[in-house]
Design a protein around this ligand. Structure first.
Ligand code: AHG
Ligand code: MN
Ligand code: MN
Length: 334
């Protein structure tokens, strides 16, 4: 029988390569994977379980909250709250950070997450996901504060996502490449299916909400026109693909090659996406897979949040395409 390399076995094997590893990180990652499996189960049966639709509330982002947003958020909160190695968590769905009960003073990790990315796609059966980011806190012996989260993305020790698509996947990095696992529902385990993911050269997909064009700066319009013109050999095989679920768009572009943009525009000078829950973790993954991520000017992983819900423009994907966007933005704005 072929060897079943489950996520837990893989993490344990890797752990052996780290001097002094305590197993705490392994336990933390397994709990996030467990949350992903539970959310996946809910998503798969969503239409049968009365979990579709809105709660009628708005979150801190001013966006309507869906029932599945709440289910995923509550699940992650309760699983992480019990782990003594987690000092605090911050969620896209929560105004304030949460100091955990078990790890309040002793926890060495801080966890950020977007419990359900792509909320607008929940009710129409289109791929959604969960994104997470793990940092080590620098202070100890007292409850963490929001300042503990305000550090460059390059200080993340791990980041990943679960994708609830035609199959459920778990993709993560600890700064040593990117590995992807597919949920085998018959054994309830994530199994290694995409070892050492690398973004292929060539930009197969351009992903942007082009209906925002009326607000875009000239540099963004010129970049998108350049890609569509067919004049540049680098973009002759490029097609437009936009799911409207960031993590699904980034995942597809990671597998096929491509660039995703949600730029600054005349209405939203910081774009839409959130630094701690979306841009930092996905930038870490895409860089580890050989790609790049910027806000049009700066490397995303160099940017420090000034609030838990700081937003940031995001250009992410093949390095050549991200760099070219930056050149258009420098000349004409973007
Ligand atoms: P979330 O569902 O976590 O609030 O994130 C929504 C994001 C992201 O997933 C997606 O790329 C983007 O919103 C889509 O925005 P538009 O509908 O403005 O294109
Ligand atoms: Mn999101
Ligand atoms: Mn979300």
């Amino acid at each position: 029988m072929a060897e079943l390399m489950t996520l837990s076995r893989y993490i344990l094997q890797r752990k052996r390569n780290f001097e002094g590893a305590t197993g705490e990180f392994t336990l933390l990652l397994s709990h996030i994977a467990l949350a992903a499996k539970v959310v996946s189960r809910q998503v798969a049966k969503a239409g049968l379980l009365d979990v579709l639709g809105k709660t009628g509330e708005e979150n801190i982002q001013g966006e309507e909250v869906k029932k599945l947003d709440v289910i995923a958020n509550d699940l992650l909160k309760s699983l992480l709250n019990d782990l003594p190695m987690v000092a605090a968590i911050a969620s896209e769905e929560e105004e304030d950070m949460i100091v955990t009960e078990a790890g309040r003073e002793v926890g060495k990790y801080l966890v950020c997450f977007d419990p359900l990315d792509g909320s607008s796609n929940i009710d129409v059966d289109i791929t959604i996901g969960t994104i997470f980011s793990i940092r080590k806190r620098k202070t100890a012996g007292k409850a963490a504060t929001p300042q503990d989260f305000f550090a460059p993305g390059s200080e993340q020790v791990a980041a990943g996502y679960a994708l609830y698509g035609s199959s459920t996947m778990f993709v993560y990095t600890t700064g040593d490449g990117v590995d992807g696992f597919t949920l085998d529902p018959s054994v309830g385990e994530f199994v290694l299916s995409h070892p050492d993911m690398r973004i292929p050269p060539g930009c197969k997909c351009l992903s942007a909400n082009t209906n925002n064009r009326r607000n875009w700066f000239d540099g963004t319009c010129s970049f998108v026109d350049h890609v569509a013109s067919g004049q540049d050999p680098a973009f002759q095989g490029t097609s437009a693909r936009y799911v409207g679920t960031l993590v699904a768009d980034v995942h597809r572009n990671l597998l096929t090659g491509g660039v995703f943009l949600y730029p600054a525009d005349k209405k939203s000078k910081n774009g839409k996406l959130r630094l701690l829950y979306e841009a930092h973790p996905l930038a870490f993954i895409v860089e580890q897979a050989g790609g790049a991520a910027t806000d049009g000017k700066r490397r995303i992983l160099d940017i420090v949040a000034d609030g838990l819900h700081t937003r940031v423009p995001l250009i992410i994907g093949n390095r050549e395409a991200v760099d070219l966007y930056g050149r258009f933005a420098a000349l004409e704005g973007g």
